[in-house]
Design a binder for this molecule. Structure first.
Ligand code: MV4
Length: 509
């Protein structure tokens, strides 16, 4: 049994990713779209499309009842929620089921079980899954918090019980700061989640963010699809992800994988999910939370395991069995993903808006582009600034970094600012190349990465002239610079007198 038609309750690159999976499987697809997305690629590529309202998400992509109604009317049997929007709303998973349709994701009960961080910690502890030392019930008051913090020592971290994503989180370095920190954590938690319950954990210094992809069917098979290293993030927004992680040995991979599978089983999980861990400098790992959805960074796992996660999500929802054994799941090569956003790194990552006037997408060996945009796309402020994901696969990490650098050089986006140059500079960074990254790494390195040596004034002027010339022949001539030519995109070294080349790289700004 499979579905003949699936409704895709999302937009942008992930909607297109799901439409592509459906088409390869011979399944019809129904897109939904807001007024702002009428001409978006995910709408054009789907077999059918239904308008669901005005641009704001609250009036379109978050209108669960309307989307379910659209699915029924179109004759779809299942709904894929993608990530964000309705993907982790327990009520939506339930409403889809109650409407006689299939939610392509975990059961509503598993979403609920992992939704509360304190409940997830209790569940993890019950399943012999290591969590950061701390409480599993909300704090009564500051005195209560100080008493607990005294037991495992400062610094400690206050976290919102209903939270996730760093909201309502406060670092407390000493007992004297507890009262103020607790008050502000409560206020922020109340604002963000409508729940001011706060609990406390020991603060782990300098860890990596390593997560395990799990995939389970409805017949009791639950697999670990290895780790993703996601430490390169800014303000809880991941920028670059990779698989495997330089910090994970085969033994650690097995231990973390078995742990993630235990956590998933304890939640009655099936379909794709991710267990987030902190991995400390001594190789100890602690369960943080479980994301009960397909994640943005799923392609790096697909490339190193050879398993199409979105196709398997659909098959699992339809009741199929996973045909793999855990021993077969061995990482092959190295994959890296850069999230290409419409943000201006040289301006504090300020969101950039406008029309994409020109787009050249990289290609060649080992390059994958998961995008939701094209030349002519209008980028506004209604939705997430992620335009596309550039993902590469190569035999080794070193080769993958070089391949990503090469692919980023080929990428041209004109009309709006993008994170492209930022990503180029990270690929040139000595610490990144060495894999010496942890969750604070980017925040620490950001200034020197973003304010990479500006080209001298003469080179700037030459670049402008060069850009005018390059613009003329841009469509006819596309080439990567030969080794040794000027590289205004990164470094700081290199010749700067090849101004036509400079102009081609800089483009018209
Ligand atoms: C922590 C931590 C250090 N110690 N918990 C941030 C968001 C939420 N998912 C959990 N987070 C953290 N919890 C303890 N006990 C550091 C972070 C953290 C972090 C975690 C993952 C990825 C990026 C991060 C950036 C800052 C802080």
């Amino acid at each position: 049994m499979s579905f003949s038609k699936v409704l895709v309750a999302n937009r942008g690159e992930i909607a297109l990713r799901i439409v592509r999976a459906c088409r390869e499987m011979g399944i019809g697809s129904v897109a939904v779209y807001s007024d702002a997305d009428a001409r978006a690629p995910h709408v054009r590529e789907a077999d059918e499309a239904v308008n669901i309202g005005p641009p704001p998400s609250s009036e379109s992509y978050l209108r669960g009842e309307k989307i379910i109604e659209a699915a029924k009317r179109a004759g779809a049997q299942a709904i894929h929620p993608g990530y964000g929007f309705l993907s982790e709303r327990e009520w939506f998973a339930r409403a889809v089921r109650d409407a006689g349709l299939t939610f392509i994701g975990p059961p509503a009960e598993a979403i609920a079980a992992m939704g509360s961080k304190t409940a997830a910690r209790q569940l993890a502890i019950g399943a012999q899954v290591p969590v950061v030392p701390g409480t599993t019930t909300p704090l009564a008051d500051a005195a209560d918090a100080r008493k607990i913090a005294d037991e495992f020592g400062y610094p400690v971290l206050l976290k919102a019980a209903a939270g996730g994503g760093g909201k309502g989180m406060r670092l407390v370095r000493a007992a004297a700061d507890m009262e103020t920190a607790l008050d502000s954590a409560r206020r922020e938690a109340k604002n963000a989640f409508g729940d001011d319950a706060v609990y406390v954990e020991k603060y782990i210094v300098g860890p990596r963010h390593v997560e395990i992809q799990v995939l389970g069917d409805q017949h009791g098979t639950m697999l670990s699809l290895n780790e993703r290293e996601c430490s390169v993030q800014r303000r809880h927004q991941k920028m670059i992800e990779e698989s495997p992680s330089v910090a994970v040995t085969p033994e650690l991979r097995r231990a973390m994988g078995e742990t993630a599978v235990r956590a998933a089983r304890a939640a009655g999980y099936f379909n794709a999910g991710t267990c987030e861990f902190l991995l400390d400098r001594d190789g100890r790992f602690y369960f943080l939370e479980m994301n009960t959805r397909l994640q943005v960074e799923h392609p790096v796992t697909e490339l190193v395991t050879g398993i199409d996660l979105v196709q398997w999500q659909i098959r699992i929802a339809a009741g199929e069995r996973l045909p793999y054994r855990q021993e077969e799941i061995v990482p092959r090569g190295w994959a890296i993903e850069c999230r290409i956003t419409s943000e201006d790194p040289s301006n504090g990552f300020l969101p950039s808006t406008g029309r994409i006037s020109y787009l050249h997408v990289p290609g060649g060996p080992g390059v994958r582009w998961d995008g939701g945009i094209e030349a002519g796309s209008e980028i506004g402020l209604f939705y997430d600034p992620m335009l596309a994901k550039l993902i590469v696969h190569a035999p080794t990490r070193e080769a993958a970094v070089a391949r990503m650098h090469r692919a980023l050089l080929e990428l041209t986006i004109e009309g709006i600012e993008s994170s492209r140059d930022f990503h180029l500079r990270v690929m040139e960074d000595a610490e990144f190349k060495a894999g010496a990254i942890e969750i604070q790494w980017l925040e620490r390195r950001l200034d020197s990465i973003v304010r990479a040596p500006a080209p001298p004034a003469t080179a700037k002027a030459a670049a402008l002239v060069g850009a005018l010339i390059a613009d003329r022949d841009r469509r006819a001539l596309r080439q990567t610079p030969a080794a040794g030519t000027a590289r205004v995109d990164g470094g700081g070294g290199g010749r700067r007198d090849d101004w036509v080349q400079v102009g081609r790289l800089e483009g018209l700004r």
